[in-house]
Ligand binder design. Structure first.
Ligand code: AHG
Ligand code: MN
Ligand code: MN
Length: 336
């Protein structure tokens, strides 16, 4: 029988290759794994316990909040509060930074950014959703309260990032800047087990993923690029959950786009807890992540914790094609 490597074993083994590691990051990643299992259980039970449906509140970004968004947000915060390995959290569901109480004897060096439930409009119809997270080393002194400066860091400064996809099976994919690994939840063991070691994405693929319903609202260079994807007979796949859409592209190759529209002139997706963590994963797997203005996502300045950005990411050769279209068709007056 082949030896199974659990997420916990893998994280601890990886820590051992860093002489100066304190173990805090290891424990924080382990806590995220635990919270994901709790969220997974609830996502799977959603139809049974009448937790489905719009909760009625609006989140910090003005979107309708559904019950599972709140559940996922609270479980992740609870898990990290209890363990004391994280100093503060920025979540899609909270307007302000959440400062966690200190747990006795611990001086947490890390802060977390997260989209606790991504693709929440899919919940009511049993379609895949996900969790996105990113970890930064804090800038502020550990003896002081954490603050905005801990979060207003470029994506390139992320220490780790990852996502969990609650799909036909549940998979956790993460990187600490040294390659990307995927762990599938074995429900009978209750453990994430290494299933996709050292993920490298194809240089090209057959898929493009964009909300084509907004075609007429995109700038001309993006429309031309989408036309080219059509002409090349690429297959359009769009679930409406960035995690699910990008998961396909990570494994099978392709490009995912969320450009600016009239409604979202700076793009819809959030830089801190959607674009940057996913950009880090894609780059670590050999892909490229840029804005529709062709800037590297991970190099963007972060001035607001809920800042939005346009994004185009996926297989390197396909993002390069998109760059060429944007360079050729954009006029100086075109915004973003
Ligand atoms: P969330 O559910 O966290 O608000 O995120 C939804 C996001 C993203 O996952 C997805 O790619 C996009 O919104 C879909 O937006 P459109 O419905 O505008 O295509
Ligand atoms: Mn999201
Ligand atoms: Mn969300």
């Amino acid at each position: 029988m082949k030896k199974i490597t659990t997420l916990d074993e893998f994280i601890i083994k990886s820590q051992k290759s860093y002489n100066d590691a304190t173990g805090q990051l290891t424990r924080l990643l382990r806590d995220i794994g635990i919270a994901s299992k709790i969220i997974n259980r609830e996502v799977n039970m959603a139809g049974l316990v009448n937790i489905l449906g719009v909760h009625g509140d609006e989140n910090a970004s003005g979107d309708k909040v559904q019950k599972l968004d709140i559940f996922a947000n609270e479980r992740m915060i609870d898990c990290l509060q209890n363990s004391g390995e994280c100093a503060a959290i920025v979540s899609e569901e909270n307007k302000e930074i959440i400062i966690l109480d200190k747990v006795k004897g611990k001086d947490p060096q890390y802060v977390l950014v997260m989209d606790p439930l991504d693709g929440s409009s899919n919940i009511d119809v049993n379609v895949s959703v996900g969790t996105i997270f990113g970890i930064y080393k804090r800038k502020s002194n550990v003896s002081q309260d954490p603050g905005k400066e801990d979060f207003l860091q470029k994506g390139a400064d992320l220490v780790a990032s990852g996502y969990v996809l609650y799909g036909t099976s549940t998979i956790l994919v993460y990187t600490t800047g040294n390659g990307v690994n995927g762990f599938t939840l074995d429900p009978s063991l209750g453990e994430f087990c290494l299933s996709h070691p050292d993920i490298k994405m194809p240089d090209r693929g057959n898929y493009y993923s964009v909300n084509q319903g907004y075609y007429l609202k995109f700038d001309v260079e993006i429309r031309r690029f989408i036309d080219q994807c059509n002409d090349d007979n690429l297959r359009l796949r769009y679930i409406g959950s960035m995690v699910s859409d990008l998961h396909r592209i990570l494994f099978q190759g392709g490009i995912f786009l969320y450009p600016n529209t009239r409604k979202y002139p700076h793009g819809k997706l959030r830089l801190l807890y959607e674009c940057n963590p996913m950009a880090m994963i894609i780059e670590q797997a050999g892909g490229i992540a840029i804005t529709c203005k062709l800037d590297r996502v991970l190099e963007l300045d972060v001035h607001d914790i809920h800042q939005r950005s346009t994004i185009a990411l996926g297989s390197a050769a396909m993002v390069d094609d998109m760059k060429a279209f944007v360079a050729r068709y954009s006029s100086p007056s075109t915004s973003f």
